[in-house]
Design a protein around this ligand. Structure first.
Ligand code: ADP
Ligand code: TRP
Length: 318
């Protein structure tokens, strides 16, 4: 069984990204053969500055490897796969316009005033190539990407109807079990809300962010409801079951202030990421390991992609 997922290179990783995407993505390799790639072609649809794009791709790669990604996962850069643009064109020709016009994410972007380029419109076809070229069975994605996997399935079906049973129909796997991590203001942690806490950064600044998490104004003596507090929600992600129970009891019995909880939260956070932080420092000193990790991944992925491409070229008469 092949499991595949892609991630956009979108700058500094925050706690929401780690628990919502990175950790589940890394757990995939235990369930089957996992392919994971950095979607740098997709990132081009919003025309990032070249130096920034390069930096972000590098930074996502380092962060993933620092956080424990092993070579069991085939980890690579999308743009290192030579046949992706070729397959995108081939699939474009079996993709009805209407299928793309119906895509919510495209319509949302238009509604938010983005001036659309063809790449943004054709985004789901590129994504279909990513999925179909490795004959992926399972594609774990966030809710917002489910429709794109369905489009890939539809495109595969159309291709197979015309040219024979070559492509595997993928299934989206939605991570409903993954909690939405709250940010420092209690809403979903997101770069677009400016409420993020980064995984890696200066200790003093990070501590300040934790101390600034917004809570209600209950006094130290009053009993508090842990389930309604973002400090406790984030603490649960890091703490053991016993630690979480102890904090919940402290909340309920009173005499325990939000300041205490935030301090405990910072301490577990700092300890949790300590080994990753050390590993990241080492990697940054010698990026050749990161480069070779990605290169090995790309070799394996290219091999798999070429096997499919041979069948595809043959079947369509090229
Ligand atoms: P942001 O909202 O900060 O721009 P992205 O949209 O780039 O983050 O998300 C990258 C990945 O991280 C996605 O898979 C998304 O589902 C996950 N993710 C982002 N924020 C959270 C959060 N607060 N809780 C859980 N998962 C999250
Ligand atoms: N579009 C996805 C996102 O923004 C990233 C992505 C690109 C992807 N190609 C993919 C995800 C293929 C899964 C499969 O999150």
């Amino acid at each position: 069984m092949r499991i595949l997922s892609g991630i956009q290179p979108s700058g500094t990783i925050h706690i929401g990204n780690y628990f919502g995407m990175m950790k589940p993505a890394m757990e995939l390799s235990r369930k089957g053969e996992a392919f994971l790639f950095i979607a740098d072609y997709h990132a081009l649809t919003v025309l990032p500055e070249p130096a920034q794009l390069k930096e972000r791709v590098k930074s996502v790669a380092v962060d993933f490897i620092a956080c424990g990604l092993t070579e069991e996962t085939v980890f690579f850069k999308q743009s290192d796969i030579r046949s992706i643009p070729e397959l995108t064109w081939i699939l474009s020709c079996v993709t009805p316009m209407g299928l793309l016009e119906r895509c919510h994410s495209y319509k949302d972007k238009l509604a938010h005033g983005m001036s659309p380029n063809h790449g943004l419109f054709a985004y789901p076809v590129l994504m279909a190539s990513d999925i179909l070229i490795y004959k992926s069975n399972i594609v774990p994605v966030g809710k917002d990407q489910k429709q794109h996997v369905e489009v890939a399935r539809d495109i595969a079906q159309r291709f197979n109807n015309k040219y024979g049973e070559i492509l595997t129909l993928p299934e989206p796997q939605i991570r409903d079990d993954v909690a939405v991590v709250p940010g420092t203001d209690g809403q979903k942690m997101s770069k677009s809300y400016g409420n993020t806490i980064e995984l890696f950064g200066n200790e003093k600044e990070l501590r300040k962010k934790f101390m600034g998490i917004i809570t209600d104004s209950k006094s130290l003596e009053e009993p508090k409801d842990p389930e309604k507090c973002p400090v406790f929600s984030i603490y649960k992600l890091f703490a053991s079951k016993e630690q979480a129970e102890t904090m919940a009891e402290n909340y309920r019995k009173g005499g325990y202030g939000y300041g205490h909880a935030k301090k405990e939260l910072f301490d577990v956070f700092w300890e949790y990421f300590r080994p990753f932080r050390n590993r990241r420092e080492e990697l940054l000193k010698d990026m050749s390991y990161v480069d070779s990790f990605l290169k090995k991944g790309a070799e394996k992925a290219n091999e798999t992609a070429e096997t499919t491409m041979k069948q595809i070229r043959e079947s369509i008469g090229l």
